[in-house]
Design a protein around this ligand. Structure first.
Ligand SMILES: Cc1cc2nc3c(=O)[nH]c(=O)nc-3n(C[C@H](O)[C@H](O)[C@H](O)COP(=O)(O)OP(=O)(O)OC[C@H]3O[C@@H](n4cnc5c(N)ncnc54)[C@H](O)[C@@H]3O)c2cc1C
Length: 507
């Protein structure tokens, strides 16, 4: 591969947004096509939801990287990142059992091994042995259907037709709701709750979510969880040199106001500063809602706006970042996730849920102990402060967010006694914080919700109706780091040819 001499004003592709989907698309085009790619990021730190932030005392937190599946040696995720990165990225396996689900009257641990998981479930619910088998089969079929269906648009035409027919039973079950499939498999409401415990990983309650996304995420974590050594920021640090190696650039504090469309084709971007940057191809990693609802302006295809309107509001959360005065191992936690639920009906929004993760226990390079609590919240709770810029919001806003954070911490404390006493400092992020740092209108954390219609209509997709424009990231495949990364691979295929997919899958 020849490395091109950098020129200041000419790029092959412009990528809007430096989330994992944007960086992977850019790195794939750089490494596999020798392209010169410009990545434009509105925030001051690159990486989108994979970025980290620090506070005095050695505290460092991730925003959207708590654990990943499929990052073991030889797994698809780690192979793609190895191929596209500079070799610096490594993953450490989470301690076992890596998931703990705490309900009133039940404390269930999930091991990172499918056979052991099945054995733990049947030991806890012996009357449901056959139903557990039916459920795991449904997960298997639906996850495979989603994985194939999700990349079909960038497969070579000859195999695209065959892929349409793959896993037909999985396809039928993937497009039902998770609640429907669960109640068809098992009878015990407590077991249904346990099987749906990871719904926070894709942000939709069982009554709303397509079983396809539930199955994809459950399958993703069946073999355990991994965490990037050095924290989530290590992912962007490993991809950036590849982009720069062919003369590309990753610019922070660079907000795109518009995607420039001339004669029906995307030809570049207009920056907030008014500068116009041109390139033969544009990839948007800023999400489908941003891209069609804002960045394309009047050039947004009408069908896309209609399609967007069919989706419910995105999933929003409060995140509580804790700086600890000591090792959380003293509280009896092992470094795995702890999910604490006030009740067993996940569809009841009045029942609180807290997800607790311990980044410093997973990262051998951590400099101080930390924990994070994430809890679903209605974005409307903060609507009255939406017009006020971060961080200058008033005392009432602080009171509102602290009250919600206190509830989330209180619930966590029921499963992890002593967490509050070990807390030396804390910061709280609301949907307004996520909106500010991720450049969205709503502060949603997973993009377009994976309700059944998303798997029926195939919207959003990476290939757009605007020539010269592709979508990357979570909305081009599925929520989560791995899903957004696959969205990036797809966008690179739309921009640079479908053999990019083949090349990365074989790597
Ligand atoms: C609290 C939380 C916890 C999570 N936990 C996990 C987890 O444990 N495991 C997991 O796999 N996934 C997790 N996720 C989800 C995962 O982080 C995301 O799905 C994934 O990182 C999204 O990547 P992306 O490339 O689609 O977009 P993003 O990461 O959202 O990146 C989009 C980028 O575009 C930029 N942008 C937007 N508009 C503009 C503009 N006009 N101009 C320039 N730049 C712009 C934004 O600033 C942002 O950097 C979590 C997410 C959150 C928020």
């Amino acid at each position: 591969m020849t490395v091109r001499t950098p020129r200041s004003d000419s790029f092959d592709t412009i990528v809007v947004g430096s989330g994992i989907g944007g960086l992977v698309a850019a790195a794939a085009l750089a490494r596999l096509r020798g392209q010169r790619v410009l990545v434009l990021e509105q925030h001051g730190t690159i990486g989108g939801f994979t970025h980290e932030f620090k506070r005095p005392g050695g505290y460092r937190w991730d925003v959207g990287v708590h654990y990943l599946g499929g990052m073991g040696p030889g797994d698809q995720g780690s192979r793609i990142l190895d191929r596209l990165g500079d070799g610096s990225l490594a993953f450490s396996r989470m301690p076992e059992p890596f998931e703990r689900y705490v309900y009133p009257g039940l404390d269930f641990r999930q091991p990172g091994d499918p056979d052991q998981f099945r054995a733990s479930l049947t030991a806890a619910f012996p009357r449901e042995t056959r139903g557990i088998g039916r459920y795991l089969d449904a997960v298997h079929g639906a996850a495979r259907w989603v994985a194939v269906h999700g990349v079909r648009e960038v497969l070579p035409p000859l195999i695209r037709g065959g892929a349409r027919m793959a896993f037909p039973r999985g396809g039928r079950v993937a497009r039902r709701t998770t609640a429907e499939v669960l109640s068809g498999c098992v009878e015990d409401p407590l077991l249904r709750a346990v099987l749906a415990s990871q719904w926070g990983d894709y942000g939709l309650r069982p009554g709303e979510s397509a079983f396809g996304i539930h199955a994809l995420i459950v399958d993703h974590y069946l073999r355990g969880g991994w965490y990037p050594v050095g924290g989530g920021g290590a992912i962007a640090r490993s991809l950036r040199p590849t982009i720069e190696g062919t003369g590309g650039e990753v610019r922070a504090h660079a907000r795109v106001r518009r995607i420039l469309v001339e004669h029906g084709r995307a030809v570049g971007v207009v920056m907030d500063s008014g500068d116009v940057l041109r390139a033969p191809f544009v990839i948007s990693d800023a999400g489908a809602a941003n891209t069609y609802g804002h960045l394309l302006g009047d050039a947004a295809p009408a069908h896309a706006r209609t399609a967007l309107a069919r989706f419910p509001p995105p999933y929003t959360v409060v995140a509580v970042f804790l700086g600890l005065s000591g090792d959380p191992a003293t509280l009896g936690v092992n470094g795995g996730n702890v999910w604490v639920f006030e009740g067993t009906d996940h569809d009841d929004p009045a029942k609180l849920a807290s997800y607790v993760s311990f980044p410093s226990m997973k990262d051998p390079l951590a400099t101080a102990h930390t924990a994070e609590i994430i809890s679903p919240v209605d974005a409307n709770a903060f609507r009255e402060w939406a017009g006020r810029p971060w961080p200058r919001r008033d005392a009432a806003y602080l009171d509102a967010k602290n009250a919600i954070a206190d509830r989330a911490m209180g619930l966590a404390e029921t499963a992890i006694p002593g967490l509050r006493a070990l807390t030396a400092m804390r910061e709280v992020a609301t949907p307004l914080t996520f909106a500010h740092f991720d450049g969205t209108a709503t502060g949603g954390v997973y993009g377009i919700p994976c309700v059944p219609v998303r798997f029926r209509d195939g919207f959003p997709r990476s290939r757009t109706a605007v020539p010269g424009l592709a979508l990357s990231g979570a909305d081009a495949f599925s929520p989560g780091v791995m899903g957004a990364m696959m969205g990036g691979v797809k966008a690179a295929c739309v921009a640079g040819g479908t053999s990019i997919m083949r090349s990365l899958m074989r790597s």
